[in-house]
Design a protein around this ligand. Structure first.
Ligand code: DLL
Length: 448
């Protein structure tokens, strides 16, 4: 059994895209990181944003980075810094050498822009290819990319990585679920990429439209771009009879391809030849003891156009401390449990949306979609959890519904210490977003 409780399957021979790098001894990896960090610092000195910031702490170039420990002298970079540096404050190559830009989807505010050189794009594709190949995909697989193309990095990022592996790519984009089935059936799709919420939606529609599982050849899915629980992964795997791999990335660090699960599905390998990860306490910004949860901070090591040092991701995670059975030496991150800034404070209690998801998705009678609403009720906050019921539950039979509602309420209360209102909705009736799911509706008036 894996730590998450799911049985570890008999694994096929592990596949490495680049075995020498993926299994590199720690010492060699650190030497490589230092070399690349020095190079990045020299690049950063070419940008209007970093040059004064680094000089202010006594760093004038790579000669002042003697060991990896010197990283700690570099100030953190935040999303606000990137916004303040708009449009070219972080650019370190001539504008005419930029071949593409992407922008963050702006989960928490206005978008930020990242530029790529030609070599940056091919390096990024190679990291994504490494992730894809490590899950057992190969030349001959048919890959349907059911995620947004455009400024969001998920579409084009995976597209290029999948082509690098040599899979046939169907650039279907997100939405239009009926057409997605048609494509799967017509071209024998074996692997898809989507947000976990869209995968759950696909399964609901598949059932509603009577698409038979035997009519599609799907074996695997890559799911990421938003947090989801282990129970959600298990649910998708059981409903669709596929293997689901967690995929983590952010546009500031290229996009997808930063950290990915291997076939052990027990943590996400963060590619340490391309990124230096740190986990810090989000309040003190000091490193947390190894293995503990904190905020992930990342330094990119191989990008020409937009060097970003010590970026505060706001994502909460921790390292696994034991080595992975697959033989890769790059450390593994725990599933992201939330962000240091999506924490809800409800009547003084801190609640992460992921805690609510964990409770409801573990219940078999609960359907695939849910929403969290917070409103003011007099002086107090009122939390409402709206969730769909599974397709086998009849909405006109009130007894089992009442008992399910009560069970959800009590379990949630035990987990988050707040007594929520629970509303049950018919399967497929709550709104679905095509991109990242919007699940939290905080309707409380904002303090000015
Ligand atoms: O979401 C890049 C991406 C595309 C990742 C496709 C995976 C697949 P942004 O739009 O910049 O980039 O959003 C980055 O999304 O800081 C996390 O908060 C969240 N996120 C991404 N992947 C995961 C994941 C893309 N697997 C922000 N689990 C990140 C939890 C995730 N959160």
């Amino acid at each position: 059994m894996s730590k998450s409780g799911s049985p570890i399957k008999q694994l096929p021979q592990f596949q490495y895209w680049h075995q020498k790098i993926e299994t590199m001894p720690r010492g060699h990896l650190e030497t490589l990181q230092l070399e690349r960090l020095q190079n990045m610092v020299d690049r950063a000195m070419l940008t209007p944003f970093y040059a004064p910031k680094l000089k202010a702490v006594g760093i004038n170039g790579s000669e002042d980075i003697k060991g990896l420990d010197d990283l700690k002298r570099i100030p953190f970079t935040t999303k606000n810094d990137l916004r303040d540096g708009f449009p070219y404050g972080f650019l370190s190559i001539p504008k005419e050498d930029v071949v593409r830009l992407h922008a963050s989807s702006g989960t928490t505010g206005t978008p930020t822009t990242i530029y790529y050189s030609k070599d940056d794009l091919s390096r990024w594709a190679s990291y994504v290819a490494r992730c894809i190949y490590g899950t057992g995909c190969n030349h001959g697989d048919v890959f349907q990319n059911m995620i947004t193309y455009g400024l969001f990095t998920g579409g084009l990022g995976f597209h290029a990585g999948a082509e690098e592996v040599g899979m046939m790519v169907i650039p279907s984009g997100s939405g239009n679920t009926t057409r997605q089935f048609r494509l799967m059936q017509d071209f024998g799709t074996t692997v898809v990429h989507a947000t976990p919420s869209f995968l759950l939606h696909v399964e609901s529609i598949m059932r509603a439209e009577g698409v038979s599982r035997d009519s599609i050849k799907l074996k695997r899915a890559f799911a990421g771009a938003e947090p989801y629980s282990e129970d959600t992964r298990r649910r998708i795997e059981e409903l669709l009879h596929i293997d689901v791999y967690n995929s983590y990335g952010l546009s500031e660090m290229n996009g997808p391809g930063v950290a990915f699960e291997c076939q052990c599905k027990d943590g996400l390998h963060i590619w340490e030849d391309g990124y230096i990860p740190e986990i810090v306490n989000p309040d003190t910004l000091e490193p947390v003891p190894d293995g503990e949860i904190g905020e992930l901070v990342i330094t990119i090591l191989c990008r020409e156009a937009t060097p970003i040092l010590r970026y505060r991701t706001r994502d909460l995670t921790g390292f696994y401390t034991e080595p992975c059975a697959c033989g890769r030496t790059h450390r593994r991150l725990r599933r992201i449990t939330g962000r240091s800034d999506d924490m809800l404070i409800i009547n003084g209690v801190n609640v992460f949306p992921s805690q609510i998801e964990e409770v409801i998705m573990a219940m078999k009678e609960v359907g695939n979609n849910y929403l969290i609403e917070i409103e003011k009720d007099g002086v107090l906050d009122k939390l409402t959890v709206k969730t769909e019921v599974g397709p086998d539950i009849f909405m006109d039979d009130s007894r089992p519904l009442n008992s399910l509602r009560e069970r959800i309420r009590k379990t949630l209360q035990a987990s988050i210490t707040i007594n929520p209102r629970v509303e049950l909705h018919e399967s497929g009736s709550l709104p679905v977003s095509e991109g990242k799911a919007k699940r939290v509706y905080d309707k409380r008036p904002k303090d000015v």
